[in-house]
Design a protein around this ligand. Structure first.
Ligand code: GTP
Ligand code: MG
Length: 171
């Protein structure tokens, strides 16, 4: 059979941003209508898609688990950062976490691509991707490819577009 490229992806973002829900949509053939519960520590998902073999690390975004994120920086080819675009109050926290990621020694020397989802776009009054970009100073990221797209992880809207971008950057 064909040798598929192995791709390791880290999915991070604050608690309740929608990471686990979004990963359920990335997984091929998964049924989307089940309840997700807050992730404890992390979960690993493995599947094939876009001719790539994915290993996805679904991290908990809860404060006490965020110190786990950095242990995966070194071994992944790409990072997905999910932002809750209805959580205006904690956008600065999401931004702070991003700044520590960007200055981390395991990543600062490596142009590993960063995909942002401005998630929960279905909620009225949610921030637009441009507002999330501004609030998180994404325009200052110049040392690696990055992309932001709006998503609704409940229906999958926007998810394929983002993952398509990421797959191209990895190949
Ligand atoms: P942790 O594992 O605690 O870090 O959270 P998480 O980022 O994995 O979030 P999770 O996927 O558990 O989703 C949190 C809540 O947001 C759930 O109630 C989801 O149903 C809801 N949710 C996720 N994505 C969306 C979305 O796009 N729109 C709306 N309206 N709700 C969403
Ligand atoms: Mg989760």
């Amino acid at each position: 059979g064909m040798l598929r490229q192995e791709v390791r992806i880290l999915v991070i973002g604050l608690d309740n941003s929608g990471k686990t829900t979004l990963i359920n949509h990335i997984k091929p053939g998964s049924t989307s209508t089940f309840e997700v519960t807050p992730t404890v520590g992390y979960n690993v998902e493995e599947f094939s898609k876009n001719n790539l073999n994915f290993t996805v690390f679904d991290m908990s975004g809860e404060g006490r688990y965020r110190n786990l994120w950095e242990h995966y920086y070194e071994s992944v080819q790409a990072i997905i950062y999910v932002v809750d675009s209805t959580d205006n109050l904690r956008l600065c926290v999401a931004s702070d976490e991003l700044q520590s990621l960007l200055s981390h020694p395991s990543l600062s020397s490596r142009p590993c691509p960063l995909l942002f989802f401005a998630n929960k776009m279905d909620v009225p009054g949610s921030l637009t991707p441009v507002e999330v970009m501004t609030g998180m100073q994404l325009d200052e990221i110049r040392d690696r490819p990055w992309h932001i797209t709006a998503s609704n992880a409940l229906t999958g809207t926007g998810v394929e577009e983002g993952v398509g971008w990421l797959s191209e950057k990895i190949m």
